[in-house]
Design a protein around this ligand. Structure first.
Ligand code: PMP
Length: 400
């Protein structure tokens, strides 16, 4: 027998497991709408031109592969804080922000969770219902208790704003509220600017600490500024908050694992202490973050021409998603005009929450070879204009 005999088989990951099932299928019709990764119209992975350009410059520089500091590449830390709050932010000028480069969005959230567990003990984290499935894993893994607040209303396929406000109000004063900065995953439903203002005021009133998860800045609207509206407005109102960032989607650096965790605080001395504790957490978990992707971000953001090129490519990517969204909507209306499909084009970002039940999702996959998560979420980044009608047929057949 093995020393590890008693190990139980873990279930497949609900999101990444979909990709495994897709790969295993031999059908020529198969469509992978599970994982949120951008694909070209030919449904191929895409490396941004500006990333290739930055990498060519990096090759020429032939920098060494020495370890980064525990909290990451200094040039990257500067860029990432400025992308979040704006280059002219007084918070940055006054050093009221702690920034630590970490392992993309996931690792950054995990460091934030570890920080909460160590230094804000007993605080409960509130997650939107539903939310990105890994949020629960991450906080639970760090030993942080989580609960949910109402967010999505299946009736309207929109935001349950009243329920959300009621639950945030009902949470004990000084709770931690996780908010998706933009392009809510999995629903694609975001608060309006007016609603964000109300959420900010309520958090202020209740002494809550918001924790923004910014995984799609620039990818939702195509504009870095527009997509940072909520955290920037919270900062302007003087709220303190945590914020994780990811460069997986907006710069297509998925496998490079580039991101950051930030703490925006009202006292520079506190920022210094928080940064020191986050470094300690990172040291124990993985010592220091990867250098390659951080250099890419710094090269791109640090050069005006490349920065503009990046913005154009983000617009191109978010534009392609908006365009297939529109095509899918048109086909759905044509094939099932009795149903209101307006939610499809109202939703923002990479995903559409279709409202399909688990049994209907099973039909999508078994009969139509459309691979998607059980919650009814589809990634429009994995859809091409050429396949939009096929997908509409599959959806209409599944709900009939
Ligand atoms: N948060 C949300 C809401 C996400 O959708 C994702 C990506 N699926 C992440 C965080 C983190 O992704 P990554 O670790 O690749 O940056």
């Amino acid at each position: 027998g093995s020393f590890m005999e008693g190990t139980e088989q873990a279930p497949p990951d609900p999101i990444l497991g979909v990709s495994d099932a897709f790969k295993a299928s031999t059908s020529p019709d198969k469509l992978n709408l599970g994982v949120g990764a951008y694909r070209t119209e030919e449904l191929q992975p895409y490396v941004l031109e500006v990333v290739k350009k930055a990498e060519a410059i990096m090759m020429e520089k032939a920098e060494n592969k020495e370890y980064l500091p525990i909290d990451g590449l200094p040039a990257f830390k500067k860029c990432t804080a400025e992308l979040l709050l704006g280059a002219d932010s007084s918070i940055i000028a006054e050093n009221k922000i702690a920034t630590l480069q970490s392992l993309s969005g996931t690792g950054s959230l995990r460091i934030g969770a570890a920080y909460i567990n160590a230094w804000l003990p007993g605080k409960t984290v509130y997650l939107s219902n539903p939310t990105w499935g890994n949020h629960k894993n991450i906080f639970a893994d760090a030993g942080v208790e989580w609960k949910m607040y109402r967010y999505f209303d299946p009736e309207t396929v929109g935001l349950d704003f009243a329920g959300m406000m009621e639950d945030i109000k009902g949470a004990p004063d000084g709770s931690i509220i996780v908010l998706h900065g933009c392009a809510h995953n999995p629903t694609g439903v975001d608060p309006t600017k007016e609603q964000w203002e109300e959420i900010a005021s309520l958090c202020q009133e209740k002494g809550h600490l918001p924790f923004f998860d910014v995984a799609y800045q620039g990818f939702a609207s195509g504009s870095l500024e527009e997509d940072a509206f909520a955290p920037r407005m919270f900062a302007e109102k003087g709220l303190e908050f945590l914020c994780s960032q990811s460069y997986s989607k907006n710069l297509g650096l998925y496998g490079e694992r580039v991101g950051a965790i930030n703490a925006v605080v009202n006292d520079a001395a506190v920022a210094t202490r928080v940064a020191s504790q986050m470094k300690r957490q990172a040291r124990a978990m993985y010592s220091n973050p990867p250098v390659h992707g951080a250099r890419i971000v710094s090269e791109v953001v640090g050069d005006e021409d490349m920065f503009n090129e990046w913005k154009a490519e983000m617009e191109m990517m978010s534009g392609r998603i908006k365009s297939v969204r529109g095509k899918l909507y048109d086909y759905l209306c044509e094939k099932m005009p009795e149903k209101d499909w307006s939610f499809v084009t109202r939703q923002i970002g990479m995903f559409s929450f279709t409202g399909l039940t688990p049994a209907q999702v099973e039909n999508m996959t078994n009969k139509w070879e459309v691979y998607m998560t059980k919650d009814g979420r589809i990634s429009l980044a994995g859809l091409s204009a050429a396949k939009a009608e096929y997908l509409a047929d599959a959806i209409v057949d599944s709900i009939k």
